[in-house]
Each structure stands twice: as C-alpha cells, then as structure tokens.
Design a protein around this ligand. Structure first.
Ligand SMILES: *Cc1c(COP(=O)(O)O)cnc(C)c1O
Length: 834
C-alpha cells in the first residue's frame, strides 16, 4: 500500500517536491518557522544567472536597477496588490523593517505636546523584535501601552464592534497611534485576526488609550508583523490593508538571508516623515559643509540607505519562479493556499496524535501551549507547541527532549522562541517568577529547562511545504521510544493508510560486518602492544579501589587507545590525549555527533617506533611520526579551527593522512590537524587565577568514570534492545581514568582525589550529550543510555566527573600514572593538606 504523504498534494507531485530536498538524507527538519529550506534548484538557478549576467551597482547601472524594480512588482503581486497601493522598501529583514517604521513614525505633531503625544500600542505576545520597539517609542515621548492576548481578541471581535462608532475627521494636532501585532504567532502558530483593520481604525481599541479621557482622536495605524504568517500563508493585501507590513524572505523561501521588506500603504506613507539619518542614494541634494539636505521624493528611495543588496534581490526573482513551478495550485488555484492547507493538515495530525498519547498508567503525555485546536485554518497555522510529561506527571525539560531529538536526527526548536510574552502566558508564570527563574540562572537560550520542576520553555514543531506525514511519524516514534513507552496509536489519515517503518533499521548505522572487523582489530592491538605489560608494577599500598583502566583518545572524537600499563601525564592532560583533530573543508572540527563513524578510527600510539598508527575497517593502517617537525615555513600549513567556541591553532598533518581519513569517514576534503604545542587554550572558569591548559578535549583535562556507577546504570536500563555489557557501556562514556568502587555514585561527592601519587581536583560533573548513545564498537546509534540517565537524574544529563591535575603528592618530578594505582578520594574541601 502506498504511503500517504499529504492530505492535499498527491504522492507523485509530493515526490517531485521531495526530489528538491534529497540533501536532507534522513534528517527530519521540523523548524520551518525558524527558517524555511530552499529547494536545491534555487541556488543552481541563481548561480546560472550570476554566471551569465553582469550586475553592477544599481546607482551605476540602469539594467540592474530595472531588474530590482521588476522584483518589487513581483513581491507586490505575490501579496495580490500593486504599486498604486503599496510601496516596497527593502530591508535586512523583519527586525530592521520594524525599527524603520518606529524611527520614522510621527507620533506627535508638536514637540512636548503632552496631550497629543501619540501612543505606541503592542500586543504582549509579540516577537522580541517588537518588544524592543518600545525603547524607540519611549525616546520619542509616545505613551507605551501593551494589551494582553485575551483582551486584544475580545476587542477585535468584529461582532462586538458597533459599526456606527463615531469616525472623526483627522485633526492635524492629534497624536498618532501605532499598533503592532503579528498576523501569526511565531510561538504557536495562532493566527490573529487581520480582517479587523477597519475596526481598529474606527476605534475598537480606543479604551486602551489613556488620552481617551480627553476625547482626543487616536488616528490608528497598524503595523502588521507578517514574518511568521507569510511563511506558509497567503497574505492578500487587496482584502486586508494594514498600513505597514514587515517580513523576512528566508522565512518563505529559505534563501536569501539578510533580506526583508517593509511594505507601506501609499496612503499612509506621510506619517513616516521623521526619518533622521540619510545615506548614499537617499537624498536629492546634500551639502557637505552646511546642514542642508533634501531627501528623495520616492518612498523607497528615501528609506533605502546605502547600496541595496542587489544580488540578493536578484536571487529573489528565482525564489518566486522556483516556488511557482514546484508547488501545484490545488487549493483556490493558489500556491500559498496550497502550502497553507498541506502544512496545516500535517500539524493537525501531529496535534491529534500527541493529544492521544498516554502513559501506561493512563496519564496524558503531552501538554499543549496552543491558542486554538486546529478546527479552523483561519485561526491556526502549521505550528504545534507543546511539552511532555513523565508517567508521574512531572515535566520533561525541553533540553532533554532536544538531546533525544538530535539523536534521532530530528530538528525542532525548543525554548521560548524569542516570544517571552506568549511563553510566560502559557507557562503560567508571574513577572516575579520569571525574574526568579532568571536569578536561579535561567537565561534566554540556555539549557536550564526546568526550575523547581517547572518548565522554562516549550517544544515547537513547525512544518513547511517539503514536510510530509512521514516526518510526523518519525517524531511520534521518537517520542514513544524515548518518553512514553506505550505503543503508538496509528493515525487515521483519511486518504491512505501510512505504513510504519520499523525503527531499528533506521538507526542502524553500520552493518554487522563491522563488529567482526572490530574483533579482529582488537586481536591485533593486543598482540602488538603486549610488550607494554612488562612495565606493570604492583601497587605500593593496599587499597580496594584501584585504577582499572587508562584510556586516551589521540584524535578528538575517534576511538580510544587503552593503555596497558602506564602513561605519562602531560601539561594538558595525558600525553597525546586529544592532540589531533579532524576538520572539514570549512575549517570546522568534525565530531562524533555529526559523524558516528569516527569511533571506527582506532589510533595507536607506538612509543617504541615513535608513531601514531591509525586503523580502520577494510583499510590498510597508516602511520605518521609522533616527532614530525612542523616547520611553519616549510611542509605543514598553519591553520585554525573552532572547538567549542575556542579558536584552536594547529598544524596540518599532510595530504596522505588527510586522504586516508576522508576515505575512512566517507567525507571529502577532511584534514588531520595536530594541536600546536604553543596553543594556550585554557579551562574556562570564573575567577580562576591559574587556568589549566587544555588539549582538544571539551571541558577539562581528565574524565573519571566509576564502573560501579556504570553497573548501577546498566541495571536501571530496561530497554531489551540495549545489549551492552558493563565494559561496552563504560566505553561509551569515553573516560580517561576508569575506576571501580564498591559503591555507585560516590564520586559525585568528591572534591579532590589522589590516584597513586598524583593529586587531582574535581572540576564538576560531566554534562552528557547524545554522543553516549553511539556504540563505540560499531558507530550505531541507540536511545540508551541517555534516556535512563535522564530519568534517573531528573532530566540532568550528567555522568562521570572532570578532573584537573594538581601534582604529585610527594613533590617529586614523577609524572607517570600507573594502572592499578590505589584511589584515595577527598570529600571535604577544607582539608587542604598542600
Ligand atoms: C521571525 C520573526 C521575526 C523576526 O524576524 P527576523 O528575520 O529575525 O528579523 C519577527 N516576528 C515574527 C512573528 C517572526 O516570526
């Protein structure tokens, strides 16, 4: 049976659309409200155009200027209007368009006119970019007024407005009122009425204006924030005519970024007369030695300071063309209406499935942060915003959800989505509570998803025209596997039945062949490096707890090299630990998160031959000298890359190994980089006087894992498909120092620890990401152990402790760490014996 992809678009048409997005692979993109995705042929068309034509500065070249004028017409046509009604002012995006309106809006006709100072009115549920406008309005002495969601809807409701409401003539000396609200909420897709503009002008919101007491005319002007709405809806400016409309084009087309527009209704343009700044192209005359200039008469010429981003504007033509050709006109013979219905039904399907989701005890698994229930497409766009609950009713934090979504290759947005008004309203938090959360350490955009068990944000799923029911299923499947554990109810999609793809195959990264190869490699490893064992000594004193394993990870994110007897402690951690990294052709460091195969590269440090030897399935090993001299002026090129926001400098290890690594990971143009010895990346900690040098590890010099805690975790994992034994599970945590105590979780209370004769300071617990869900033998992704870690620690993804090296306790120069060394934890930090 064929799988239904859409309720609106037929399968073969949908397949044609999907063929423009093959680059997604198995990534499930559900953040259309963050940015749409561009179809693959779009950049190709733009490239062709740029290769075949010569575009010059439009101030120089009439042809380029004409092209731009054409595109202004296309924009107006897209919104079903023309230049006799609206003007297009290009901006860098919605945010700049919003600012432009308030900066140039005439609130008062005379300065210091307290009665007629004009008002700036906004809905509290606006995007943050709108809230910031009040700072500009305050500067212009306008009254600042905010209206809450419910009051706003009640006041706008057309039935409750008496049409006979006195419409007064405009008095020159009355102030002007600017109202800003979104056509669609970027928080949850609720559509605010846009057919009430006349009601607003007629005064249905007058009671909110303070000056109403003085019977002053309000002269309403409406600034419609259409950024979210137009991404999946038709805005018809022949029907509803706000005075100003702002937008960003990447929200419709996915490309180009940095380009938006302010549409101004020509009959309202006169109130935008306060623009101060002028730049290149916006004046008819300017004198450089006298305060004299005259701004241009044509509206957009007056507002577009500097040279337009003309190549981006040229690209816009292809955006319209591509979308027009790609999307069938099924609903009302209109492209955007078709997209609107297609995506609405996807969101509705998800909403219904989430609503049905129940835990084994019958408790609901989802809470919604919605303002409509998908019964009316006029009130709801293609966004679903929700939170998840555990079986006992407690909240699952959004960053926990985000980690699991990452693991399943699903892109969703979590947090408050730059809309604190809606977020606060739906999370039921008072201003004081919001401030308290901030004081408790929660900031916009951070990972603190719960404060005292209460969520600080939500999960937002939004659909674009390239999404299908398969995406809905993938998300629901992930939620069921990670959080709900009940069988999902099959959705009733009236067109055709959807066949479910069983998950196991989806997440199997590399076939079972790999396992066999791994065993062979391991055999080889033990054979070759047994000679290290002769160094092994007995521990100097008896202790039950000893160091069971030392591991280093010579190449960041690649396989472990397990030490047979002892290893040297260097200034940045264990010698050769994370000294190399693999970077992509854009200079960015590659990690296992993006490429799970990396764990299949198994480096060996051969100290006797002074070589780094790399092994990988099905490939001859390759070696590079440990003592390679990186002559800055000769062989190796100096380069820089970013590791966790730090700029790292290092040396390129040459073409041969670069090719080998590219082949092993099946990614072109990779390079192997060795951190330069004079790189001074240090552990970041507030107020620390003596920062510890770091290798390419993310956080600290050493990571310690207690095997007893791993055993404890292993017993908690209930997923029958998860078959790691304790050793395999331990390997996932990629610790440098593996100990085994009789007691689980004890290491969480330590302040310092002495291992053999070396003392370490505990820097804190290690925050875990989805990398622990990569089987280090095979590169295969699993849901565990992250799910159980999160469950056991109340959503906090922590496991293992970070250490930094203090020094040898006996004051000697000995820097060698031996296997089986005794462990002596120190719990009370007051005990400063050194
Ligand atoms: C995205 C968005 C904005 C901000 O757009 P920018 O492109 O970041 O300037 C403003 N309002 C709404 C409703 C949005 O969805």
């Amino acid at each position: 049976m064929a799988t239904t992809l859409s309720k609106i678009i037929e399968n073969d048409q949908m397949q044609r659309i999907l063929s423009e997005f093959t680059r997604l692979g198995d990534l499930c993109y559900l953040d259309n409200a963050g940015a749409a995705l561009y179809p693959q042929s779009l950049p190709q068309r733009v490239n062709q155009d740029l290769l075949n034509n010569i575009y010059m500065n439009p101030h120089t070249d009439k042809y380029t200027k004409d092209c731009i004028e054409q595109i202004r017409c296309s924009i107006l046509r897209h919104f079903n209007t023309d230049s006799s009604n609206y003007s297009v002012i290009f901006t860098s995006g919605t945010t700049q368009a919003l600012k432009l309106v308030v900066e140039s809006f005439q609130f008062a006709y005379e300065q210091n006119d307290v009665l007629n100072c004009g008002s700036f009115v906004y809905l509290r549920d606006n995007h943050t970019s709108v809230l910031g406008l009040r700072e500009l309005a305050t500067e212009k002495d306008a009254d600042i007024i905010h209206i809450c969601h419910d009051d706003f809807l009640k006041a706008l409701n057309p039935e409750e407005v008496t049409p006979s409401m006195a419409r007064r003539e405009k008095y020159q000396n009355d102030g002007n009122t600017l109202l800003v609200y979104p056509a669609q909420s970027n928080f949850n897709g609720f559509k605010y009425p846009i057919n009430c503009i006349q009601n607003i002008k007629d005064g249905c919101l007058n009671s909110y204006i303070k000056k109403q007491l003085c019977k002053v005319n309000c002269n309403w002007y409406v600034l419609l924030d259409a950024a979210s709405y137009i991404s999946t809806n038709k805005l018809d400016l022949s029907v509803n005519q706000p005075d100003f409309v702002c937008m960003s084009f990447y929200k419709i087309f996915g490309y180009p970024t940095g380009l938006g527009a302010l549409l101004v209704k020509n009959s309202s343009a006169h109130v935008l007369n306060q623009k101060k700044y002028f730049g290149g192209g916006t004046v008819d005359i300017v004198l450089s030695n006298e305060d004299y200039h005259v701004k241009r008469k044509v509206l957009h010429e007056r507002f577009e300071d500097g040279t337009l981003p003309f190549l981006s504007i040229i690209a816009l033509k292809h955006c319209f063309d591509t979308l027009n050709e790609l999307i069938p006109r099924i609903i009302s013979e209109d492209l955007m209406d078709t997209i609107s219905y297609h995506t609405f039904y996807l969101a509705k399907d998800l909403y219904k499935q989430l609503k049905q989701l129940e835990h084994r005890n019958g408790n609901k698994a989802a809470v919604f942060y919605m303002d409509s229930d998908f019964t009316d497409i006029k009130k709801q766009g293609s966004i679903v915003t929700f939170g998840l609950l555990r079986e006992d009713g407690s909240h699952i934090g959004y960053s926990e959800f985000q980690h699991m979504a990452d693991l399943f290759n699903i892109s969703v947005r979590t947090g408050c989505f730059c809309n604190s008004g809606s977020c606060q309203r739906h999370l039921n938090a008072t201003n004081k509570e919001m401030k308290d959360m901030y004081k408790a350490g929660h900031k916009c955009g951070d990972e603190i998803d719960l404060v005292n068990g209460r969520p600080t944000g939500a999960i937002r799923v939004s659909f674009g025209y390239y999404n299908t029911f398969k995406d809905v299923d993938k998300l629901i499947l992930m939620i069921c596997r990670c959080f709900v554990k009940t069988k999902q109810k099959k959705p009733s999609r009236t067109l055709k039945h959807v066949k479910h793809v069983e998950s196991k195959q989806n997440f199997k990264y590399i076939e079972s062949k790999v396992k066999k190869h791994h065993e062979e490699t391991m055999k080889l490893l033990t054979k070759d490096y047994q000679n290290f064992d002769i160094l092994q000594e007995l521990s100097p004193f008896e202790s039950e707890v000893t160091l069971k394993e030392i591991a280093i990870f010579p190449i960041k994110s690649c396989g472990a090299f397990k030490i047979k007897s002892s290893w040297k402690i260097g200034p940045k951690g264990f010698e050769y630990d994370r000294e190399w990294m693999i970077i992509k052709d854009n200079g960015v460091c590659l990690t296992q998160k993006q490429n799970p195969r990396m764990c299949m590269i198994r480096p060996i440090i051969d100290l006797s031959k002074r070589l780094l030897v790399l092994n990988c399935q099905g490939m001859p090993p390759i070696s590079i000298p440990l003592d390679q001299t990186y002559n800055e002026h000769k062989s190796a090129t100096f380069c820089q890359s970013k590791v966790c926001t730090d700029i790292i400098s290092g040396y390129d290890c040459g073409d041969e190994v670069a090719d080998w690594v590219s082949n092993a990971l099946e990614v072109s143009f990779l390079r192997l980089i060795r951190q330069s010895s004079d790189d001074t990346r240090a552990q970041k900690k507030k107020g620390e006087v003596d920062p510890k040098l770091l290798s390419l590890s993310n956080q600290a010099q050493y990571l310690l894992i207690n095997k007893a805690t791993v055993r404890w975790l292993s017993e908690k994992i209930q997923d029958p498909t998860f078959q790691d034994n304790t050793d395999e599970l331990t390997d996932r945590f990629r610790g440098n120092l593996i100990i085994d105590m009789n007691q689980e979780l004890a290491e969480r209370d330590w302040h310092r620890v002495i291992i053999g004769k070396h003392e370490f300071k505990v820097e804190g617990q290690c925050a875990r990401c989805q990398m622990v869900c990569i089987d280090q033998k095979t590169g295969e992704k699993t849901v565990e152990p992250l799910r159980t870690i999160s469950e056991q620690f109340g959503g906090k993804l922590r496991f293992g402790i970070y250490l930094s090296y203090i020094g040898p306790v006996d004051g000697s120069k000995d820097r060698v760490m031996k296997l089986n060394s005794p462990i002596k934890p120190i719990i009370n930090d007051d005990d400063i014996s050194r």
